[in-house]
Write a protein that binds this ligand. Structure first.
Ligand code: DGT
Ligand code: CA
Ligand code: CA
Length: 598
């Protein structure tokens, strides 16, 4: 799916409107670096240079605070992992001027239309590079023609299947509107809230819509404000520094497009209507319709201004009041998709959704031994700082050579290192794990004797994504049948905006997990968020415990747990449905039941 429109990132690098002061977020810098990496790759640049930009982008995205603040404090940017002299200078250039000349130069060198090719799922910079240099394909219509005529197959690695897939995506993409990744919008939302809070007379500022419901992608951002002078709010907002274009602006609502391309709707209501408006603009539409219908049965009219009996407003100041008016308890926004939450609320059977503080550990992290950035000890200390009681080190296995996956010998050495860390560090337990590749035939990439020495085994598909459904499903089921198999990593295999998941019968996988007593991961990486909300709920119904993991490749990325929890809540998960809400002892016992291959 085109869920997240990668192409959009390019637009934000067009010359910025002249502003007296440029405000550049970490995301802006990361996007520019990612874009440079993409374009360098298309331009056939040195792979190390490409990698350096990508690594820097990940580091920047995962910083807890804004780069500008670090610079203002005089912090040396080179102290961050993956940021050398050259990139530090570029970051400063970007913070100062809002742009990077190196990117402008690439824009001048390469046709702009190449960027739309990158948006097609399955089409990374490498493939665009091959098409461009070998077949001279520069834009979508040329690509479509080449795919239809079979010319694409002249390129190595472009089989008939890929050709079909490309055609399918081009056709589907034409009719689909682009959406934004929620996690990428968190920064923008936070900044807007802060800006609006500072306007005189403003009381509440809350992002509503799909953003508040925690959807992984949003069409636009809806922000609700209560204020004494709503017209002032709208006037000020039109001058907000990130605004590129004002689409419409009135005294109680305005719509703007930010420089990033994200659309923002701001609405202002008076305090008496706040709850009703918050409920209305949080949606979803289908949820709202059901609530309104319940109201109608009681002779009530419900809209964004309140709950009315005839002309009299009987509720509306808080959301709780609105729900109470139709005989319901408050329903968490993540559940408001019209998928049974109203019925559950009527039965007083709503789930007590998991919260971030319920997570006691993280069972999927990487260290420097494979493709992580930090030592095991640094990861353990950072996790302890976050209040976690345990983490598992689960580096890649040897089949994943690009990530310097561990062979048996290196893994055995790592186990000794983990023993030493556990000796040296108190207050946190480090479990011994591996993210082992599930090979094409469903066998695991490491020998049983070594796997048996571990506390847990996470199995992951990192290859052969194109297997037909039956084969892919059998492959995964077979892996789960292995005597040492604890958790299936990122079960669907999608990379949001880049690659659809592989074709697999997830219901079978969930049943298998129930039968085998193993677990499914909800991977919290923003680009994965996998299991999806729908499958979380299915896993819960099947009695399968879900493990919300960060898959952190650096200490900062332990923060991915936050994203995982939002998705888990959308999947109706309670604390007890989540493996890593258990105590260290409890989780250890449960993991042990999955490990009997020796
Ligand atoms: P999005 O932006 O596509 O990710 O999804 P939403 O849910 O944020 O939708 P949006 O931005 O069009 O509208 C925000 C909320 O406003 C929506 O969730 C429910 C409410 N809303 C908008 N239009 C209507 C409508 O025609 N009827 C009802 N009942 N509610 C509406
Ligand atoms: Ca919206
Ligand atoms: Ca909207």
């Amino acid at each position: 799916m085109f869920a997240v429109d990668r192409g959009r990132r390019f637009r934000q690098c067009l010359p910025l409107p002249m502003k007296t002061s440029v405000s550049v977020s970490n995301d802006d810098v990361a996007k520019v670096f990612d874009e440079i990496a993409d374009l360098l790759e298309i331009d056939d640049a040195n792979p190390f240079r490409v990698r350096a930009y990508r690594n820097a982008a990940r580091t920047i995205q995962s910083l807890g605070r804004s780069l500008q603040v670090f610079v203002d404090e005089g912090r040396d940017l080179k102290s961050f992992p993956g940021i050398g002299q050259d990139l530090a200078v570029k970051i400063e250039e970007m913070l100062r001027t809002g742009r990077v000349q190196a990117l402008d130069a690439l824009h001048r060198k390469l046709p702009a239309s190449l960027e739309e090719l990158l948006r097609i799922p399955g089409m990374g910079p490498k493939r665009v590079q091959a098409m461009y240099h070998q077949l001279g394909i520069k834009n979508l219509s040329q690509l479509e023609r080449a795919a239809r005529s079979g010319r694409l197959r002249e390129l190595p690695g472009f089989g008939p299947k890929l050709q079909q897939q490309i055609l399918g995506s081009i056709t589907a993409g034409k009719s689909k509107e682009a959406r934004w990744s929620r996690t990428e919008s968190i920064g923008s939302a936070g900044k807007i809230v802060e800006f609006l809070r500072a306007v005189p007379g403003v009381a509440e500022v809350v992002p509503a819509g799909s953003y508040r419901r925690g959807k992984e992608s949003i069409g636009d951002l809806d922000v609700l404000v209560t204020a004494t002078d709503t017209a002032l709010v709208m006037r000020r907002f039109a001058d907000y520094e990130d605004v590129q274009r004002v689409v419409s602006s009135g005294s109680t609502r305005s719509t703007v497009i930010l420089r990033s391309g994200l659309q923002v709707d701001v609405r202002a209501v008076d305090r008496e209507s706040f709850g009703a408006a918050l409920h209305y603009f949080t949606g979803s539409k289908s949820h709202n319709i059901q609530v309104r219908r319940l109201g109608q049965k009681r002779g009530l009219k419900i809209n964004e201004y309140g709950v009315f009996k005839g002309k009299r407003r009987i509720a509306g100041k808080t959301e709780k009041q609105v729900f109470a008016a139709v005989g319901l308890p408050w329903v968490a926004p993540e559940l408001r998709e019209g998928g049974g939450e109203i019925e559950a609320a009527r039965r007083r059977d709503l789930p007590h959704l998991i919260e971030r503080k319920d997570l006691r550990g993280d069972l999927h992290t990487h260290s420097r031994a494979s493709d992580g950035k930090a030592t095991i000890k640094a990861m353990a200390l950072a996790a302890r700082d976050l209040g976690l009681q345990y983490i598992a080190v689960t580096d890649h296995s040897k089949h994943l050579a690009v990530a310097r996956g561990l062979d048996e010998k290196r893994l055995m050495r790592q186990l000794e290192e983990i023993d030493r860390v556990n000796e040296a560090v108190s207050g946190i337990t480090v479990f011994k794990g591996i993210e082992v590749d599930i090979l094409e035939d469903g066998s695991l990439d490491l020998s049983d004797t070594v796997l048996a020495r571990l506390d847990l085994v996470i199995g992951a598909v990192h290859s052969h994504f194109q297997l037909p459904r039956r084969k892919q499903t059998e492959r995964i089921l077979r892996a789960m049948d292995h005597g040492c198999f604890s958790i299936l990593a990122h079960p669907g295999g999608r990379l949001i905006g880049r690659r659809e998941g592989y074709d697999v019968d997830m219901e079978r996988v969930i049943r298998q997990a129930a039968d085998r007593g193993c677990f499914l991961e909800l991977n919290g990486q923003p680009k994965r968020l996998d299991l999806t909300d729908v499958f979380c709920r299915m896993a819960r119904d099947a009695g399968v415990l879900v493990c919300v993991n960060s898959d952190a490749h650096s200490t900062h990325e332990l923060g991915n747990l936050d994203h995982g929890v939002v998705q888990a809540r959308r999947g109706w998960l309670e604390k007890n449905d989540v493996l890593n809400s258990r105590t260290t002892g409890g989780v250890k016992r449960l993991l042990k039941t999955t490990m009997h291959c020796a």
